[in-house]
Design a protein around this ligand. Structure first.
Ligand code: SF4
Length: 471
C-alpha cells in the first residue's frame, strides 16, 4: 500500500509517498501530487504467483546472489551497518556535507556513524522482499524521543541531512527526524536540507524571529531541528508554511541573500554526496532531468585505479575501461557519467535495487542483468539493447523538461557548490563553474543532444524510436 501522509495532504512540496510504513518514494514531492488529487492511498492485492519463462534460470540466478553474499565483504558491510556505514568514509574523504554544505568534514561524525548506530540504537535488521543483504535498519530509543522500530532507521542521506547538514550530533534526534518523516510522509533529504538552509539563514540574520515564530534555529540544536520539522509537516505557523515550500521557493520569498545559500538544482535539494570530492556528481546533479540525485549514475570512487577487479571488470562490461581519480572531470569521466546514467536508468526501469544489481561492488553485474531479464520474460535481449532502454528513459524525461521550457541554463549547480569548502581535509576544495560547463558540452555531445539548448535532438530521438515524444 502506497500512501501520502499529512504532509502530502497539506501539499508540503517535499512530501513523499510511503509504503511499508518506512519505505519512501522520497524525491520530487510526489506525496504532494497525491494530496493535490485527494488521493490518500493505492492498495494492491495479489492472488496469483508470478510466472517465469525460465523458472529454473531465475532460481539459479537467485542462488548466485546468496552465494556471492557469503564472500562479498562490501555487501556484508552494507548489511551490517546499512547505508549509514558510509558516514565515516565520507568524513575521511572530506565529503560529509556539514553546516549546509559549507564544509566537508564534521567534528562529530563518529557520533552519527553507522558503527555508532549499530552499537547503540539498532534493534534489528530489516529487508526488502527475499533479499539476503538486509540493509534496512530497525531502531529504538528509550529516551525523550521514544523512536519506535516500525518506523525504520535512518539511511546515510538522512543522517547527513538531519545530522551534519544541521551540525546536529545527537543520533537519537536524527533517528527521531527519520521516524517523523516516515510517519508524516516527508522526503528526508528535502526536509533535512531545507531545515539546514533555514538554520544558516537564521544564523546569518536573514531569517528573523518573526519569520520563525520565535524559534531560534541554531547549528547543532537538535530540538530546534525537530520543532522545525513538525512545523513543516503540518504547515504550522509562519515558519511551517515557509519551510513547507521547500528551500528554493522559500528562498525566493526571502530574497537574494537566502537564495545564495541554496543547495538546490531545478528546485530540488541536493543529496549528501559532494561534487567537490566526487566530481562526476557535479555533472549528474546539473544535468539530471529531475534535479540533483545521487542514484542516477555510479559514483567516481568505483572508477578509480585500485577500485578492485570486480568494480573495474563490471564497468568494463559497459565499455568503461579508463579509470581515473575521483576528482577528475575530463572526457573519460563524462563518458562514465553518461553510460552509468543509462545503466542506473535501466535499473529503475527494471525495478531492480541498485545495491544488489549494480555495475561496481554489488552482488550481480551487467551481464547477469541481461540473463535475469531473459529468464523472467523469455526474451533474447542483449546488454546493449537493455542499455538502450535506459537511454530511452533518460531521453523521455529530458523531452518532458524541454516541453516545459527547460534548457541548458537549468542544468546548473547552485553558487554555493562552486565555493571553496571550509576546514578539514577538503579545506579549499571546490568545483568551478567552468569545469561543469565544459563537462556539460562533452556530455551533451556524447548524449546526441544539442549543445546550445542541452535538449535531445530529433536525430537522437529517431535513433531511439521515440521521436513521437517531441510532438
Ligand atoms: S533490496 Fe536493496 S535496499 Fe532492500 S535490503 Fe536488499 S540491498 Fe537493501
Amino acid at each position: 500500500m502506497a500512501c501520502c501522509g499529512p504532509a502530502g495532504e497539506k501539499l508540503v512540496r517535499v512530501a513523499a509517498i510511503i509504503n511499508m510504513r518506512n519505505r519512501a518514494a522520497g524525491r520530487t514531492g510526489l506525496g504532494a501530487v497525491m494530496g493535490s488529487k485527494n488521493l490518500k492511498a493505492i492498495a494492491v492485492r495479489g492472488s496469483q504467483r508470478p510466472t517465469y519463462a525460465d523458472a529454473r534460470g531465475v532460481k539459479r540466478i537467485a542462488a548466485l546472489g546468496a552465494t556471492e553474499y557469503k564472500t562479498n565483504r562490501g555487501m556484508q558491510e552494507l548489511g551490517e551497518l546499512g547505508t549509514a556505514g558510509v558516514v565515516l568514509g565520507q568524513e575521511f574523504a572530506g565529503g560529509l556535507p556539514t553546516r549546509n554544505y559549507q564544509a566537508g568534514t564534521f567534528a562529530h561524525a563518529e557520533e552519527i556513524s553507522g558503527e555508532r548506530l549499530a552499537e547503540t540504537i539498532l534493534v534489528d535488521r530489516d529487508t526488502c522482499y527475499a533479499c539476503v543483504v538486509r540493509c534496512k535498519r530497525e531502531v529504538e530509543t528509550d529516551d525523550a524521543h521514544q523512536v519506535k522500530r516500525e518506523l525504520g532507521g535512518p539511511e546515510y542521506e538522512t543522517i547527513a541531512t538531519f545530522g551534519s547538514y544541521c551540525a546536529v550530533r545527537d543520533l537519537a534526534a536524527v533517528a527521531k527526524a527519520n521516524a517523523l518523516c516516515n510517519d508524516y510522509g516527508l522526503d528526508t533529504i528535502g526536509a533535512g536540507a531545507t531545515i539546514a538552509w533555514a538554520i544558516e539563514c537564521y544564523e546569518e540574520g536573514i531569517l528573523s524571529d518573526a519569520e520563525t515564530d520565535g524559534l531560534a534555529l541554531r547549528w547543532g540544536d537538535a530540538q530546534a531541528m525537530l520543532a522545525a520539522l513538525e512545523a513543516m509537516a503540518f504547515r504550522r505557523g509562519r515558519l511551517g508554511n515557509l519551510l513547507a515550500e521547500g528551500s528554493a521557493r522559500a528562498a525566493a520569498q526571502i530574497g537574494p541573500d537566502a537564495q545564495a545559500r541554496l543547495i538546490t538544482v531545478k528546485g530540488s535539494e541536493a543529496p549528501a554526496h559532494m561534487p567537490q570530492v566526487k566530481r562526476s556528481m557535479g555533472l549528474i546533479y546539473a544535468v539530471n532531468p529531475f534535479g540533483a540525485d545521487h542514484q542516477s549514475s555510479e559514483h567516481d570512487t568505483s572508477y578509480e585505479e585500485g577500485s578492485g577487479e570486480r568494480s573495474l571488470g563490471w564497468l568494463a562490461e559497459l565499455g568503461l575501461t579508463r579509470p581515473m581519480p575521483a576528482t577528475d572531470l575530463g572526457a573519460a569521466k563524462v563518458e562514465f557519467t553518461l553510460v552509468t546514467q543509462y545503466w542506473t536508468s535501466l535499473m529503475d526501469t527494471l525495478n531492480l535495487c541498485q545495491f544488489d544489481w549494480g555495475a561496481t561492488w554489488q552482488l550481480y553485474g551487467p551481464s547477469t542483468v541481461a540473463q535475469v531479464v531473459n529468464a523472467v520474460t523469455g526474451w533474447d535481449a542483449t546488454l546493449p539493447e537493455l542499455m538502450e532502454a535506459g537511454a530511452r528513459r533518460v531521453n523521455l524525461m529530458k523531452v518532458f523538461n524541454a516541453r516545459e521550457g527547460f534548457d541548458r541554463d537549468d542544468d546548473k549547480l547552485p553558487p554555493r557548490l562552486h565555493e571553496p569548502l571550509q576546514g578539514g581535509v577538503s579545506d579549499g576544495v571546490r568545483v568551478t563553474e567552468e569545469e561543469i560547463e565544459q563537462a556539460k558540452d562533452l556530455y551533451y555531445r556524447l548524449a546526441g543532444w544539442d549543445v546550445e539548448t542541452g535538449n535531445p535532438t530529433v536525430a537522437r530521438l529517431e535513433e531511439l524510436g521515440i521521436a513521437w515524444a517531441m510532438s
